[in-house]
Design a protein. Sequence first.
Length: 275
Amino acid sequence: MKPLFRHLAATLALTLAAALVPTAQAQDKFITMASTTSTEQSGLFGHLLPVFKQATGIDVRVVAVGTGQALDIGRRGDADVVFVHNTAAEEKFVAEGHAARRQNVMYNDFVLVGPADDPAGTKGRDIGAALKALAASPVVFVSRGDKSGTHSAELRLWKAAGLDPAAAKAAGYRECGCGMGPALNMASSVGGYVLTDRGTWISFKNRGRLAVLVEGDRNLFNQYGVMVVDPAKHPGVKADLAQQFADWVLSRDGQATIAAYKIDGQQLFFPNAGE
């Protein structure tokens, strides 16, 4: 090869290499978030994450599982940030050293849904009374049974009502070991009852004969929190990028984006950062 052509070839190779560096860096600008199925199945992340990416250039890859599983993913250092809804379990996660702190992001509530004709007689504002009615009835109650935030809330509510859900199994208590959407589908197909977060319920289309029967009880409050996985315990996490997500979702813009997410005019989540 003549010297001139060698020079041109070398220059072209350097130019191409330089052009590829920003592309490679851009491809690396992502975080993995372990979160609950309700944030994904409600459609919130489809609304929220593109806005975050536009603001920061950071892509968020979501692993949507039950809260218990999401926390376990964080414990293994396989996620950079955790966004879930079980405050007690989140505080334990922090106490174990997997995150420096948890922060409130938003809330909604749980509702008990079931057949509109309500054969168990649960309708009202008292979830404890409703669970007692279910325990005394042969109707089907579908439990997530997956250690999710919703499943944990359900177990707390049974306990607060002085009931053991295992004792209700003979009367129709069924654990599906599944996400919120599949649990709702099961309840719809068999005419059963199920505890669900309101966000997933509003976005759920296969309602059949299901209707909201119990709502408004303060014990049905549903808080969501965010935690950046601590790089001191898990050196491989992208803590800087994850912190940018946490800061943004807690910021005025992030909170306004959450509040703006509605289906048929109904707001699914209510921001409460700093509370």
